[in-house]
Design a protein around this ligand. Structure first.
Ligand code: B12
Ligand code: SF4
Length: 364
């Protein structure tokens, strides 16, 4: 049987013919676990090795359906998905791990894979379940995690061999170990870690630069980095606090700086939902970023106008864009979704002078 495989050194696709059990004279496994490019006496060839005890784990972020019910695809994405590279970093080195963003690349359902892991948001859940059903039909076990799975575990269990509720740091390594020992449980649900110190750094080596838009002014790709989890507010509609908590946990600044260095980039998206969740920490982080001369995008809450000094520091440390969720210009509406901390009036005034009129001019 001819199988498609990728060399772990040069990532070139290699067609490898697997001998049947009798021919290969090995009990199991009967397919190569690793293919390496070897250069011997100047000649290069790919060689397959069967390494006992290793698995191929594929981590996929499914795409979603667009408004015309077609699978959403792009030639180049704006930024690489962080979750799949972060989960990959926690897989023991003896295993082969690959990641796939389905909005960029099609899934090969015939690829030899021992375990498929899907990261599921509400927007891609429908597609995730289809992918899971297809792999499972082919006999490949599927596990799922992410915010949607945490909210709808029963729904997910109908499509998965195992699910992870909540954060991955403790559950995911346990799941892999159970799977190795053929003792996979149905549900993994470990409490949130109090401290975010010493988290694994994402596998930046699993980013193919040509898949992402280059930022012309920086000659660099945007790299996502998470420096904190949670938000002190608790807006009714927002999943962040339900998932990551209202008690914000910050990664040590040294860990963040180390991760920035390892990424090899100069442009970042800080995925924190509220970069100003703690003013002292925000100030310390911005000061630590200044010498790095990076550019970055972040997310702030609507109270940031109260700290113009910090906004100045943010700009000085390289922030080029900050997203702010205003949600509504009606205070009553804000109140109805537990967002009363956010006062509509200051940003209504702001919008008055920043939104262009139909004629293209800006009202005074
Ligand atoms: C960056 C980001 C984006 C980027 C994504 C870019 C990219 N290439 O990834 C952009 C701007 C494109 C985007 C778009 C959208 N986003 Co968005 N986004 C985020 C944000 C801020 C960070 C995501 C991230 O990287 N987190 C860091 C990683 C490490 O966390 P994580 O993914 O949750 O993973 C952890 C656990 O969930 C778990 N886990 C996750 N998957 C798996 C899988 C397995 C097998 C296991 C074991 C564990 C596990 O392990 C991780 C570590 O503990 C989150 C908010 C947040 N704080 O996470 C919103 C968030 C994910 N987005 C959200 C939404 C709604 C959207 C949009 C639908 C918005 C829209 N209306 O268009 C789109 C959908 C895009 C899509 N393709 O479907 C919601 C999702 C809510 C939901 N119910 O699913 C969030 C949570 C924001 C919110 N406030 O509610 N987004
Ligand atoms: S301020 Fe933003 S991140 Fe925080 S709970 Fe509200 S919507 Fe979510």
């Amino acid at each position: 049987m001819a199988l498609k495989h990728f060399c772990v050194v040069c990532t070139e696709q290699v067609s490898y013919t697997v001998p049947c059990k009798e021919e290969s004279n090995v009990a199991e496994p009967s397919r190569p676990s690793r293919i390496f490019r070897l250069t011997l006496n100047g000649s290069t060839k790919h060689t397959a090795f069967i390494v006992r005890g290793t698995m191929h784990i594929k981590i996929i972020i499914p795409t979603n359906y667009d408004h015309q019910k077609r699978l959403f695809r792009v030639k180049k994405a704006t930024l690489p998905n962080l979750t799949v590279r972060y989960l990959a970093a926690m897989v023991p080195a003896k295993h082969r791990v690959t990641v796939l963003e389905e909005c960029l690349h099609e899934i090969d359902f015939d690829e030899p894979i021992d375990l498929v892991a899907l990261s599921v948001l509400s927007s891609n859940a429908k597609r995730a379940y289809e992918i899971a059903d297809e792999f499972r039909r082919k006999g490949v076990p599927v596990v799922m995690g992410g915010v949607h799975i945490t909210c709808c575990p029963e729904e997910a269990l109908a499509h998965a061999d195992a699910i992870v509720i909540g954060e991955a740091e403790d559950s995911w390594p346990e799941l892999i170990s159970d799977f190795e020992n053929k003792q996979l449980q149905k549900v993994y649900d470990r409490p949130r870690r109090e401290s975010l110190a010493n988290l694994s750094h994402p596998r930046f080596d699993l980013i193919t630069p040509s898949d992402y838009l280059s930022i012309p002014f920086a000659d660099s790709r945007i790299i996502p980095i998470q420096t904190s989890r949670g938000c002190p507010h608790d807006c009714d509609f927002c999943i962040v606090t339900k998932f990551f908590g209202v008690k914000v946990r910050h990664r040590p600044i040294e860990d963040v700086i180390e991760e920035i260095g390892l990424s090899g980039s100069k442009v970042f998206f800080f995925t924190d939902d509220n970069f100003f969740s703690n003013y002292e920490r925000a100030e310390a982080l911005c000061k630590a970023l200044i010498p790095l001369k990076i550019k970055y995008i972040c997310q702030l809450d609507t109270l940031s106008y109260k700290r113009p000094d910090l906004v100045e520091l943010l700009a000085e440390s390289g922030c080029i864009t900050a997203f702010i969720g205003f949600e509504s210009i009606s205070q009553n509406n804000l109140k109805s979704v537990n967002k009363n901390f956010s006062k509509a009036r200051p940003f209504v005034n702001y919008l008055k002078f920043s939104v262009p009129t139909a004629s293209g001019s800006t009202p005074a």
